[in-house]
Design a protein around this ligand. Sequence first.
Ligand code: KG4
Ligand code: ZN
Length: 374
Amino acid sequence: MKVLAIETSCDETGIALLDCSGGLRAPKFKVIKNLVASQILAHRPFGGVVPNMAKRDHLTAFPVMWEEIIRDQSGKDKDAAKALMKKIDFITVTVGPGLEPALWSGIEFAKGLAKEYKKPLIGANHLEGHLYSFLLPGEKMDSRLRGNDRKGVFPAIALIVSGGHTILLRMESFTKWKQLGETRDDAAGEAFDKVARLLELPYPGGPEIEKLAREGNPNAVTLPRPMLKEKNYDFSFSGLKTATLYYVRDTAGLKITNFGLDSQAVLQKNQSRNVNKADIAASFQAAVLDVLVTKTIRAAEQVEARSIILCGGVAANTALRDALSAAAKKAGAKFFVPEFKYNLDNAAMIGTAGYMAYLRKKKYPLKANGNMGI
Ligand code: KG4
Ligand code: ZN
């Protein structure tokens, strides 16, 4: 099946074309085109994503990206769009979770196309997109995932770590899972972003912290490992963020002020120059990774998982990929992670979720649902 996928849940506008086959048991995907327009630079001065600005920028990006897809696939003549759409079996669009104004812009755009070209429109769950993104092909893709040999994947433990979510799932198959735990407050990516702001690093903070952490000592600052010892599979990162804040304040003797989008406490401009940011970044990252890896492995051992799947924006963190990969190996489980280009929000992953929803006859309402779960 040829699928046109659209993603606008946050600050990336995504349009992708995929070939999907294999059915629910052995889904296979070929990415024909995957366009992503990032709004990071537009939101950076605000230290986070401004929802209505995200919506406006999605609306500006659509015509340009749509034009590019048509030209690339179908040429320049006046019926090029029609010719392209003739080959499409259905359109899929993210309906949640995410920022509702941003989600609506994609939904309306998709509805317009579906109506104009008389195509079915399937709602897709953004989190399922992250979950299936390890199935998108790439050079380093595990050979087991290329063909139909999907034995040895399930039961699996999946860790979804993004800017909005930290979720542990036990998966029996590609379509059957149970949520074991989630964060009780901040998501892991959110904690990265907030600590980055504290250290006066640009948004999004995850990649900045990771870069800085490479030069720092992860044992320099003693930080808590929240909920590490608790026997459940929930997480909490808000206390770790606050502990980092207090460390910075007390060590540097600085005054903390409130400003920015969510009144997040941050240091007054340029005051953090007296603290060793690299050591703080490395120590903070080590604490987050310690909790994520330990709890994921504990879950994998408990359910005797055959594999561990890591996904979501924070899965772009090399230190996390390496640590979880090594721990999985030690625990005797296979380790799957998406190609780097599919970790952050993109429409190719929404194509995978749309295909699975289509086959499962799962009909998510075609309206924005900011708090949708998995
Ligand atoms: O999945 P994603 O693109 O959007 C959501 O669905 O939330 O994830 C974005 C999050 C941001 O919080 C960002 O700081 C974090 O992923 N992130 C990282 C890295 N790259 C992105 N966190 C840690 N290390 C990274 N290299
Ligand atoms: Zn995401």
